[in-house]
Design a protein around this ligand. Structure first.
Ligand SMILES: NC(=O)c1ccc[n+]([C@@H]2O[C@H](COP(=O)([O-])OP(=O)(O)OC[C@H]3O[C@@H](n4cnc5c(N)ncnc54)[C@H](O)[C@@H]3O)[C@@H](O)[C@H]2O)c1
Ligand SMILES: O=C(O)[C@H](O)COP(=O)(O)O
Length: 322
């Protein structure tokens, strides 16, 4: 009997006929669902029992969804890096391995982080808007040279930001409880010290239960007056009302945000109203080479989880303690 695989990962759905064809060559029937930002229990529970595998996006993988998927589901291949919307201990407990693509967006996302730093600190987008509107402004920006960059989360993306920022003549601080190996030009610091000294604070960490609203009214107050906040990690790292207040008061010099607490960013979000905020659409990962590599990796993980290829990748559920 052909194996059936549910595909909800948005990037794979965007090119679905191609992936349906590739999976068919492996004897897999790939099934798409109507495109939605992410799926929740009411979408998933009624259908989950019919699949051997799942190429998932940022869907809410809860114990109830996993229960509905058993006994048939053998593997979840998350398209991408972040698995914060998955209950990994629950998946491990029921024996469904979850694979992801760790570090796959190092270059793609760190390029965009530097883009936000340059844009906000040199008024590129706001000048573009002004010139299009018939004005000819001459804002004087701080730029990057001789500035201090504080990187919060020194994993793959954090390291990519450091490598690039170093080329702009910056001093680089990093905060990461795991303290991964770092180049000589990076100095680890505590979070308060990093916030107090940095002209740019760049959030590159994964989202966990412990770092929800890591950047809040209190930690924003610890940032240097005029500093710029960049978030390419996850929206939930930042308390948005507190960020909005810090922008309104002028305490922050600006922000570059690829990710938000609610995505797509609500039409009435006050963040849309600041000239010194550059907004993205959770698209920092969307760079051709990275996307193609993640397509390949995701299919490899899917095939390995279905027993169609020898195992070479380690499921992220294997890293869950207990
Ligand atoms: N904007 C995008 O398009 C995009 C694309 C890819 C990944 N991401 C997000 O970026 C995250 C990081 O990706 P990565 O490949 O660098 O992952 P990674 O696992 O290599 O690095 C994450 C690092 O963050 C650290 N960390 C966790 N909690 C922290 C905290 N409270 N303070 C400081 N550091 C903390 C971890 O110890 C780890 O070293 C992903 O988990 C994902 O959520 C966003
Ligand atoms: O975590 C990731 O890999 C990136 O944020 C983009 O992918 P996602 O939005 O599918 O998680």
């Amino acid at each position: 009997m052909a194996k059936r695989v549910l595909v909800t990962g948005l990037m794979m759905l965007a090119d679905f006929p191609r992936f349906r064809g590739l999976m068919a060559e492996k004897g897999i029937e790939a099934v798409e669902v109507p495109v939605k930002q992410f799926l929740t229990e009411p979408d998933l529970i009624p259908i989950m029992g019919e699949f051997d595998g799942w190429v998932a996006g940022d869907d809410r993988v809860t114990p109830a969804v996993l229960k509905a998927a058993l006994p048939r589901l053998k593997v979840i291949a998350k398209w991408g890096t972040g698995v914060d919307s998955f209950d990994l201990p629950a998946a491990k407990a029921v024996g469904v391995p979850v694979y992801n693509a760790p570090g796959a967006f190092q270059h793609a996302v760190s390029e965009v982080a530097l883009g936000y730093m340059l844009d906000v600190s040199r008024y590129l987008s706001s000048t573009d808007r002004a010139v299009r509107a018939g004005r000819w402004p001459k804002p004087c920006g701080g730029g990057l040279y001789k500035k201090t960059v504080g990187i919060v989360g020194f994993g793959a993306i954090g390291r990519g930001v450091a490598e690039r920022a170093a080329g702009f003549g910056t001093t680089i601080l990093a905060y990461d409880p795991m303290q991964p190996p770092a180049p000589d030009y990076v100095t680890y610091a505590g979070l308060p010290e990093l916030l107090a000294q940095s002209d740019f604070v760049v959030l590159c960490c994964n989202m966990t239960q412990d770092n929800v609203h890591l950047i809040n009214a209190g930690t924003l107050q610890q940032m240097k007056p005029g500093a710029i906040l960049v978030n390419v990690g996850r929206g939930g790292l930042v308390d948005e009302p507190a960020l909005i207040a810090a922008l309104q008061s002028g305490h922050l010099g600006g922000a570059g945000l690829d990710v938000f607490e609610a995505e797509p960013l609500p039409a009435d979000s006050p963040l849309r109203g600041f000239d010194n905020v550059v907004l993205g659409s959770h698209n920092a990962n969307n760079q051709q080479a990275a996307i193609e590599a993640v397509h390949v990796r995701t299919l490899e993980c899917l095939y390995q989880g279905l027993g169609l290829e020898p195992k070479t990748h380690t499921p992220v559920t294997d890293l869950v303690k207990g």
